[in-house]
Write a protein that binds this ligand. Structure first.
Ligand code: ATP
Ligand code: BTN
Length: 284
C-alpha cells in the first residue's frame, strides 16, 4: 500500500485527510501528534506495521507488517453532538460511547465484508473495547483524549484488527485468546476493502453516537448477554481489587454495563478501565 492508492480507495468517504505509514510506532501517537499540529476533525492515520502499538493502561498491541489493520481517527468533539465533555463533570460516558463506536463499526465492517462474499461472521463486542469472534479477540479499540483546561480538545479513536494469522501475538503474550478475520472467514481477506467498510460504518454511525438507537445497536452486538462474567479494575500498578461477578443484563442508556450479582443486586459498571472475563456459565 502507499499513500496515493489508499487515498484513492477511501476517496468516497467524508474524511478530512489521510496519512499512510509503512511502519510507525503507534497510529494513535501519530494521530495525536498530528492533532497537536492542527489536524482537522476526521483526519485518518493508517499504518501497515506498528512498532509500539498500545492497548489500555500501557499494554502492548502487536501489529506486524502485512497482516493487520491499524488506524486512528482524529475526532474534534465540538463537531459532533453528544461527544462534548466538560472536565468538572468527569463523565466518561462520551468516551465509552466513542470506544463502542470503534467496536461497533468493526463488527459492521466484518459482517458486510463477509456478506459480500456469501459468508457470515458472528462478531460481538466484549464490553468495553474488544471485538470477539467465537470467544476470541479479533480486534481492539483504544480511545484517547487530550484536554485544554476543562475543554476536550480532541479524541483519537484507534482500532487494531487482526486480519491474517501472522497478526496474532504468541500465545504466552496473550491475556485473552485471540483470532484473526481470515481464520474466522476461512478465506484470504483484502485488508483495504475491510478498512473501507469499517470506516464507512464508523462515519455513518458517528452522527448518532449519543442516540438511543446507537445504544440499541451496541447492545444488539454485546457478548455474554445472560451469561456470567467477572469484571475487575484495570490497575497498572497491579492492585488487588476484588472482582465483581454477575450476569450480563445488557446496557444502560449511558452505555454502562448492567450486571446482576449472585445476591440479586443490579449494578452498573461505568468505568471503561475494567477487564471482563466469562466465568463458569452456571455461576456456581
Ligand atoms: P483483554 O480483556 O482482552 O485481556 P486487557 O484489558 O487485558 O484486554 P487491552 O489493553 O484491552 O488489555 O489489550 C491489550 C492486550 O491484548 C495485550 O496485553 C495482549 O495480551 C493482547 N494483544 C496484543 N496484541 C494483540 C493482538 N494483535 N490480538 C489480540 N490480542 C492482542
Ligand atoms: C486493546 O484491546 O487494548 C486496544 C488495542 C488498540 C490497538 C489500536 S491499533 C491502532 C491504534 N494504535 C495504537 O497504538 N493502538 C490502537
Amino acid at each position: 500500500m502507499d499513500q496515493k492508492t489508499l487515498a484513492r480507495k477511501l476517496a468516497e468517504l467524508p474524511l478530512e485527510a489521510v496519512r499512510y505509514f509503512d511502519s510507525t510506532g503507534s497510529t494513535n501517537q501519530e494521530a495525536a501528534d498530528w492533532a497537536q499540529a492542527g489536524a482537522h476533525d476526521l483526519s485518518l492515520v493508517v499504518a501497515d506495521e506498528q512498532t509500539a502499538g498500545r492497548g489500555r493502561t500501557g499494554r502492548k498491541w502487536f501489529t506486524p507488517p502485512g497482516a493487520a489493520l491499524a488506524f486512528s481517527l482524529v475526532i474534534r468533539p465540538e463537531s459532533h453532538a453528544g461527544l462534548e465533555i466538560r472536565m468538572p463533570e468527569q463523565s466518561k460516558a462520551p468516551l465509552t460511547r466513542l470506544t463502542a463506536l470503534g467496536a461497533l463499526a468493526t463488527c459492521d465492517g466484518l459482517k458486510t465484508y463477509a456478506q459480500a462474499r456469501a459468508r457470515q461472521v458472528a462478531a460481538q463486542i466484549k464490553w468495553p473495547n474488544d471485538v470477539i469472534v467465537n470467544g476470541r479477540k479479533l480486534a481492539g479499540v483504544l480511545a484517547e483524549t487530550a484536554w485544554e483546561g476543562t475543554h476536550l480538545s480532541y479524541a483519537i479513536l484507534g482500532t487494531g484488527i487482526n486480519v491474517a494469522p501472522a497478526s496474532l501475538p504468541l500465545a504466552e503474550e496473550l491475556t485473552f485468546p485471540a483470532t484473526c478475520f481470515e481464520a474466522a472467514l476461512g478465506m484470504p481477506v483484502d485488508r483495504w476493502d475491510l478498512l473501507q467498510r469499517v470506516l464507512a460504518a464508523l462515519l455513518a454511525r458517528l452522527p448518532e453516537v449519543a442516540s438511543a438507537k446507537f445504544i440499541q445497536a451496541w447492545e444488539d452486538q454485546l457478548a455474554y448477554k445472560g451469561e456470567w462474567v467477572q469484571v475487575s479494575a484495570l490497575n497498572p500498578a497491579g492492585g488487588s481489587e476484588i472482582p465483581i461477578e454477575g450476569q450480563v443484563l445488557g446496557l444502560n442508556t449511558d452505555g454502562s454495563l448492567e450486571l446482576r450479582t449472585r445476591s440479586g443486586k443490579v449494578m452498573a459498571i461505568h468505568s471503561g478501565e475494567v477487564r471482563l472475563r466469562p466465568v463458569d456459565r452456571t455461576g456456581k
